[in-house]
Design a binder for this molecule. Structure first.
Ligand SMILES: [Zn+2]
Length: 212
């Protein structure tokens, strides 16, 4: 077992970088929860709270959920019992203002930045295939020549519009525009630890574990 101590980690990385998987591995390794601001917002909507209803409105209008709401939800979440030994935050901060604000209450100990070239991210994501009818997911290399039939239902395995290279490129461009200043901020404060996301999942994980 690692010496757990107080790990208040922030996880940053684009789609295709393996960030989600590393978050899951770290959660098990350190025995601390991964807290995703996206999930916090979705949970609030599901519970039908007043905050949930206002979040739903912003999402419906295609607007970002305001800082004040995201920060209030996060502050409440990190006060919960399971987060007292530490936590891994995914999806926050999205802006330098949020990062500055978080200095006062999140007190991050390390910011884990997983980097990957746009080309590799696009290659990885555009290889995704999904069933047109159920939730089954796989990759193009598993589909093979005659494999467009879903193994779980009568549906067909297709490439979702979201996984087409142009759509991915757009999301990655947005991601760099928003996130690069945040990464730059954490480089300056000395909290950023950068990792090469083009390596295999176990290798990236070993390197992260090494700096903790
Ligand atoms: Zn299916």
């Amino acid at each position: 077992m690692p010496d757990i101590g107080e790990h208040r980690l922030i996880l940053i990385g684009p789609q295709g970088s393996g960030k989600g998987t590393q978050g899951e591995l770290l959660q098990v390794y350190l025995q601390i929860p991964t807290i995703s601001t996206g999930q916090l917002c979705r949970a609030e909507i599901e519970k039908g709270t007043d905050i949930g209803k206002s979040i739903e409105g912003f999402v419906h209008d295609g607007a970002l959920v305001p800082d004040a709401i995201v920060i209030a939800l996060l502050k409440e979440r990190i006060r919960e019992y399971d987060a007292q030994e530490g936590f891994i935050i995914d999806g926050f901060p999205r802006t330098v203002e949020q990062a500055r604000d978080a200095e006062g209450w999140l007190h991050p100990t390390k910011v884990i930045v997983i980097e990957i070239s746009k080309k590799l991210a696009i290659d990885r994501m555009s290889a995704r295939r999904a069933c047109s009818q159920c939730r089954y997911k796989t990759t193009a290399s598993n589909v093979g020549l005659h494999g467009s039939q879903c193994p779980r239902c009568p549906g067909k395995l297709i490439q979702r519009d979201d996984d087409r290279p142009e759509a991915i490129q757009k999301r990655l461009d947005m991601y760099s525009a928003v996130t690069e200043p945040v990464v730059e901020y954490y480089k300056q404060t000395g909290l950023a630890e950068r990792f090469n996301g083009s390596l295999s999942i176990p290798l990236v994980f070993m390197e992260i574990a090494h700096v903790l």
